[in-house]
Design a protein around this ligand. Structure first.
Ligand SMILES: Nc1ncnc2c1ncn2[C@@H]1O[C@H](COP(=O)(O)OP(=O)(O)OP(=O)(O)O)[C@@H](O)[C@H]1O
Ligand SMILES: [Mg+2]
Length: 256
Protein backbone atom coordinates (compact mmCIF):
# COMPACT_ATOMS: atom_id res chain seq x y z
CA UNK A 1 0.00 0.00 0.00
CA UNK A 2 1.20 3.51 -0.71
CA UNK A 3 1.93 5.94 2.11
CA UNK A 4 -0.42 8.86 2.03
CA UNK A 5 1.34 10.67 4.90
CA UNK A 6 4.97 10.41 5.94
CA UNK A 7 6.39 12.53 8.77
CA UNK A 8 10.18 12.39 9.00
CA UNK A 9 11.99 13.65 12.11
CA UNK A 10 9.45 16.40 12.67
CA UNK A 11 10.10 18.84 15.51
CA UNK A 12 8.28 22.01 16.48
CA UNK A 13 9.48 24.42 19.10
CA UNK A 14 7.90 27.64 20.33
CA UNK A 15 9.67 30.59 21.86
CA UNK A 16 7.86 31.72 24.98
CA UNK A 17 9.72 34.72 26.37
CA UNK A 18 13.26 33.57 27.02
CA UNK A 19 12.27 29.91 27.01
CA UNK A 20 11.92 27.40 24.19
CA UNK A 21 9.03 24.93 24.43
CA UNK A 22 9.42 21.72 22.46
CA UNK A 23 5.87 20.75 21.50
CA UNK A 24 6.86 18.06 18.96
CA UNK A 25 10.12 16.27 19.46
CA UNK A 26 11.64 14.44 16.47
CA UNK A 27 8.57 12.46 15.45
CA UNK A 28 8.49 10.06 12.48
CA UNK A 29 5.53 7.99 11.37
CA UNK A 30 3.72 6.81 8.27
CA UNK A 31 0.05 6.44 7.43
CA UNK A 32 -1.17 4.07 4.75
CA UNK A 33 -3.91 5.03 2.35
CA UNK A 34 -7.34 4.09 3.68
CA UNK A 35 -6.28 3.71 7.30
CA UNK A 36 -7.98 5.20 10.34
CA UNK A 37 -4.93 6.26 12.29
CA UNK A 38 -5.13 7.38 15.92
CA UNK A 39 -2.87 9.85 17.73
CA UNK A 40 -3.37 9.67 21.48
CA UNK A 41 -1.76 11.28 24.50
CA UNK A 42 -2.50 13.28 27.62
CA UNK A 43 -3.22 16.99 27.47
CA UNK A 44 -0.11 18.88 26.37
CA UNK A 45 1.48 15.80 24.77
CA UNK A 46 1.74 17.61 21.43
CA UNK A 47 -1.15 16.05 19.50
CA UNK A 48 -2.68 19.24 18.09
CA UNK A 49 0.69 20.73 17.22
CA UNK A 50 1.72 17.54 15.42
CA UNK A 51 -1.50 17.32 13.43
CA UNK A 52 -1.23 21.00 12.46
CA UNK A 53 2.21 20.33 11.01
CA UNK A 54 0.68 17.72 8.67
CA UNK A 55 -0.92 20.40 6.50
CA UNK A 56 1.64 23.03 7.45
CA UNK A 57 -0.84 25.12 9.43
CA UNK A 58 2.15 24.94 11.74
CA UNK A 59 5.48 24.91 9.90
CA UNK A 60 7.82 22.32 11.48
CA UNK A 61 10.99 23.79 13.00
CA UNK A 62 12.80 20.84 11.42
CA UNK A 63 11.91 17.65 9.58
CA UNK A 64 9.75 16.88 6.58
CA UNK A 65 6.09 16.16 5.83
CA UNK A 66 5.32 14.13 2.74
CA UNK A 67 1.77 13.94 1.40
CA UNK A 68 1.65 11.42 -1.45
CA UNK A 69 5.42 11.87 -1.87
CA UNK A 70 5.25 15.68 -2.14
CA UNK A 71 7.44 17.27 0.53
CA UNK A 72 5.22 20.06 1.86
CA UNK A 73 8.09 21.72 3.69
CA UNK A 74 9.72 22.39 0.30
CA UNK A 75 6.58 22.96 -1.75
CA UNK A 76 5.85 26.33 -3.34
CA UNK A 77 2.66 28.21 -2.54
CA UNK A 78 0.71 26.68 -5.42
CA UNK A 79 1.62 23.06 -4.62
CA UNK A 80 0.98 23.71 -0.95
CA UNK A 81 -2.48 25.06 -1.75
CA UNK A 82 -3.25 22.01 -3.89
CA UNK A 83 -2.00 19.62 -1.21
CA UNK A 84 -4.00 21.40 1.50
CA UNK A 85 -7.15 21.02 -0.54
CA UNK A 86 -6.69 17.26 -0.22
CA UNK A 87 -6.68 17.54 3.57
CA UNK A 88 -9.94 18.31 5.36
CA UNK A 89 -10.06 19.14 9.03
CA UNK A 90 -12.65 18.93 11.80
CA UNK A 91 -12.35 20.28 15.33
CA UNK A 92 -13.75 19.86 18.82
CA UNK A 93 -15.79 23.07 18.64
CA UNK A 94 -16.98 22.59 15.05
CA UNK A 95 -15.85 26.06 13.83
CA UNK A 96 -19.01 26.70 11.81
CA UNK A 97 -19.91 30.16 10.55
CA UNK A 98 -22.75 31.11 12.87
CA UNK A 99 -24.29 33.76 10.61
CA UNK A 100 -24.59 31.36 7.67
CA UNK A 101 -27.13 28.59 7.35
CA UNK A 102 -26.08 24.94 7.07
CA UNK A 103 -26.07 24.65 3.29
CA UNK A 104 -23.96 27.83 3.01
CA UNK A 105 -21.52 26.51 5.60
CA UNK A 106 -21.02 23.42 3.44
CA UNK A 107 -20.71 25.60 0.32
CA UNK A 108 -18.04 27.80 1.92
CA UNK A 109 -14.89 25.87 0.86
CA UNK A 110 -16.29 25.60 -2.66
CA UNK A 111 -16.82 29.37 -2.77
CA UNK A 112 -13.16 29.83 -1.92
CA UNK A 113 -12.30 27.46 -4.77
CA UNK A 114 -14.54 29.58 -7.02
CA UNK A 115 -16.80 26.68 -7.91
CA UNK A 116 -20.03 27.82 -9.60
CA UNK A 117 -22.84 28.42 -7.13
CA UNK A 118 -25.16 25.95 -8.82
CA UNK A 119 -22.60 23.15 -8.81
CA UNK A 120 -21.61 23.96 -5.23
CA UNK A 121 -25.23 23.82 -4.05
CA UNK A 122 -25.82 20.52 -5.81
CA UNK A 123 -22.75 19.00 -4.18
CA UNK A 124 -23.58 20.48 -0.76
CA UNK A 125 -27.06 18.93 -0.81
CA UNK A 126 -25.53 15.55 -1.70
CA UNK A 127 -23.08 15.89 1.20
CA UNK A 128 -25.87 16.74 3.63
CA UNK A 129 -27.49 13.52 2.54
CA UNK A 130 -24.26 11.60 3.24
CA UNK A 131 -24.16 12.96 6.80
CA UNK A 132 -27.91 12.50 7.35
CA UNK A 133 -28.90 16.17 7.61
CA UNK A 134 -30.87 16.87 4.44
CA UNK A 135 -33.74 18.35 6.45
CA UNK A 136 -31.46 20.96 8.12
CA UNK A 137 -30.17 22.74 5.01
CA UNK A 138 -31.82 26.05 5.88
CA UNK A 139 -31.27 25.86 9.65
CA UNK A 140 -28.56 27.89 11.41
CA UNK A 141 -25.79 26.32 13.52
CA UNK A 142 -27.31 27.66 16.75
CA UNK A 143 -30.40 25.57 16.04
CA UNK A 144 -28.46 22.28 15.90
CA UNK A 145 -27.21 19.87 18.56
CA UNK A 146 -23.49 19.28 19.01
CA UNK A 147 -23.63 16.01 17.09
CA UNK A 148 -25.49 17.66 14.23
CA UNK A 149 -22.98 20.53 14.13
CA UNK A 150 -20.15 18.04 13.87
CA UNK A 151 -21.97 16.34 10.97
CA UNK A 152 -22.13 19.70 9.19
CA UNK A 153 -18.41 20.15 9.82
CA UNK A 154 -17.80 16.72 8.31
CA UNK A 155 -19.91 17.60 5.24
CA UNK A 156 -17.93 20.85 4.89
CA UNK A 157 -14.64 18.94 5.17
CA UNK A 158 -15.84 16.59 2.40
CA UNK A 159 -16.74 19.49 0.11
CA UNK A 160 -13.28 19.83 -1.40
CA UNK A 161 -13.03 16.11 -2.10
CA UNK A 162 -10.23 15.42 0.39
CA UNK A 163 -8.06 12.31 0.47
CA UNK A 164 -7.36 12.82 4.16
CA UNK A 165 -9.46 14.12 7.05
CA UNK A 166 -7.75 15.27 10.24
CA UNK A 167 -10.00 15.14 13.32
CA UNK A 168 -8.70 17.03 16.36
CA UNK A 169 -10.74 15.88 19.37
CA UNK A 170 -13.80 15.83 17.10
CA UNK A 171 -15.94 13.98 19.63
CA UNK A 172 -14.58 15.41 22.89
CA UNK A 173 -17.50 17.84 23.33
CA UNK A 174 -20.11 15.14 22.70
CA UNK A 175 -21.89 12.65 24.97
CA UNK A 176 -21.03 8.93 24.56
CA UNK A 177 -24.02 8.08 22.37
CA UNK A 178 -23.49 11.04 20.02
CA UNK A 179 -19.77 10.24 19.97
CA UNK A 180 -20.63 6.76 18.73
CA UNK A 181 -22.84 8.06 15.92
CA UNK A 182 -20.17 10.55 14.76
CA UNK A 183 -17.53 7.78 14.86
CA UNK A 184 -19.87 5.54 12.85
CA UNK A 185 -20.18 8.31 10.27
CA UNK A 186 -16.39 8.69 10.07
CA UNK A 187 -16.06 4.93 9.59
CA UNK A 188 -18.66 5.03 6.81
CA UNK A 189 -16.78 7.84 5.07
CA UNK A 190 -13.56 5.88 5.41
CA UNK A 191 -15.08 2.70 3.98
CA UNK A 192 -17.31 4.12 1.28
CA UNK A 193 -15.21 7.03 0.06
CA UNK A 194 -11.79 5.51 0.85
CA UNK A 195 -10.72 8.62 2.78
CA UNK A 196 -7.76 8.25 5.14
CA UNK A 197 -8.66 9.54 8.60
CA UNK A 198 -6.38 10.79 11.36
CA UNK A 199 -8.11 10.81 14.72
CA UNK A 200 -6.62 12.80 17.56
CA UNK A 201 -8.02 11.97 20.94
CA UNK A 202 -7.23 11.55 24.60
CA UNK A 203 -9.85 8.80 24.89
CA UNK A 204 -8.84 5.17 24.52
CA UNK A 205 -12.45 4.22 23.74
CA UNK A 206 -12.34 6.31 20.55
CA UNK A 207 -9.14 4.57 19.48
CA UNK A 208 -10.64 1.17 20.24
CA UNK A 209 -13.84 1.94 18.34
CA UNK A 210 -12.46 3.06 15.00
CA UNK A 211 -8.68 3.07 14.65
CA UNK A 212 -6.49 0.48 12.92
CA UNK A 213 -3.22 1.80 14.21
CA UNK A 214 -2.18 4.32 16.82
CA UNK A 215 0.67 6.58 17.80
CA UNK A 216 1.00 7.24 21.53
CA UNK A 217 2.59 10.59 22.35
CA UNK A 218 4.26 11.63 25.56
CA UNK A 219 5.99 14.98 26.12
CA UNK A 220 6.03 15.67 22.38
CA UNK A 221 7.70 12.36 21.48
CA UNK A 222 6.48 8.96 20.27
CA UNK A 223 6.08 6.58 23.19
CA UNK A 224 4.63 3.80 21.10
CA UNK A 225 3.50 3.10 17.54
CA UNK A 226 1.43 -0.05 17.15
CA UNK A 227 -1.78 -1.66 16.04
CA UNK A 228 -4.79 -1.04 18.23
CA UNK A 229 -5.02 -4.76 19.07
CA UNK A 230 -1.41 -4.79 20.27
CA UNK A 231 -1.88 -1.62 22.26
CA UNK A 232 -4.81 -3.03 24.20
CA UNK A 233 -3.25 -6.48 24.70
CA UNK A 234 0.35 -5.53 25.39
CA UNK A 235 0.87 -1.83 26.05
CA UNK A 236 4.63 -1.37 26.23
CA UNK A 237 5.03 2.28 27.18
CA UNK A 238 4.13 3.82 30.51
CA UNK A 239 2.14 6.47 28.62
CA UNK A 240 -0.08 3.79 27.03
CA UNK A 241 -0.50 1.98 30.35
CA UNK A 242 -1.55 5.25 32.00
CA UNK A 243 -4.07 6.00 29.23
CA UNK A 244 -5.55 2.50 29.55
CA UNK A 245 -5.82 2.95 33.31
CA UNK A 246 -7.71 6.24 32.86
CA UNK A 247 -10.06 4.46 30.50
CA UNK A 248 -10.80 1.76 33.08
CA UNK A 249 -11.58 4.36 35.74
CA UNK A 250 -13.90 6.18 33.27
CA UNK A 251 -15.68 2.92 32.41
CA UNK A 252 -16.23 2.16 36.08
CA UNK A 253 -17.55 5.68 36.73
CA UNK A 254 -20.02 5.30 33.90
CA UNK A 255 -21.15 1.93 35.28
CA UNK A 256 -22.00 3.46 38.70
N1 LIG B 1 1.58 28.61 20.00
C1 LIG B 1 2.20 28.05 21.05
N2 LIG B 1 3.09 28.77 21.77
C2 LIG B 1 3.73 28.24 22.83
N3 LIG B 1 3.56 26.98 23.26
C3 LIG B 1 2.67 26.21 22.61
C4 LIG B 1 1.95 26.70 21.46
N4 LIG B 1 1.15 25.70 21.01
C5 LIG B 1 1.36 24.65 21.82
N5 LIG B 1 2.27 24.93 22.76
C6 LIG B 1 2.77 24.03 23.82
O1 LIG B 1 3.13 22.81 23.21
C7 LIG B 1 2.75 21.70 24.00
C8 LIG B 1 1.84 20.79 23.21
O2 LIG B 1 0.60 21.45 22.98
P1 LIG B 1 -0.58 20.79 22.12
O3 LIG B 1 -1.67 21.78 22.04
O4 LIG B 1 -0.01 20.28 20.86
O5 LIG B 1 -1.00 19.55 23.06
P2 LIG B 1 -2.24 18.56 22.94
O6 LIG B 1 -1.69 17.19 23.08
O7 LIG B 1 -3.03 18.86 21.73
O8 LIG B 1 -3.09 18.91 24.26
P3 LIG B 1 -4.69 18.87 24.49
O9 LIG B 1 -5.05 17.41 24.68
O10 LIG B 1 -4.85 19.65 25.76
O11 LIG B 1 -5.35 19.51 23.32
C9 LIG B 1 2.12 22.28 25.26
O12 LIG B 1 3.11 22.34 26.25
C10 LIG B 1 1.70 23.67 24.82
O13 LIG B 1 1.69 24.55 25.92
MG1 LIG C 1 -4.99 19.51 21.40
Amino acid sequence: MSKVIRAVNVSKTFKVGAETVTAVDNISFEVERGEIFGIIGLSGAGKSTLVRTLNLLERPTSGQIFINDTDLTRAGIKDLRLARRKIGMIFQHFNLLMQRNIIDNVCFPMEIQKIKRRDALERAYKLLEVVGLSDKAKAYPSQLSGGQKQRVAIARALASNPEIILCDEATSALDPQTTRSVLDLLRKINEELGITIIVITHEMSVVRDICNRVLVLENGAVAENSTVDELFKHPRSQAAKDLLLIRNVDDKRRAI
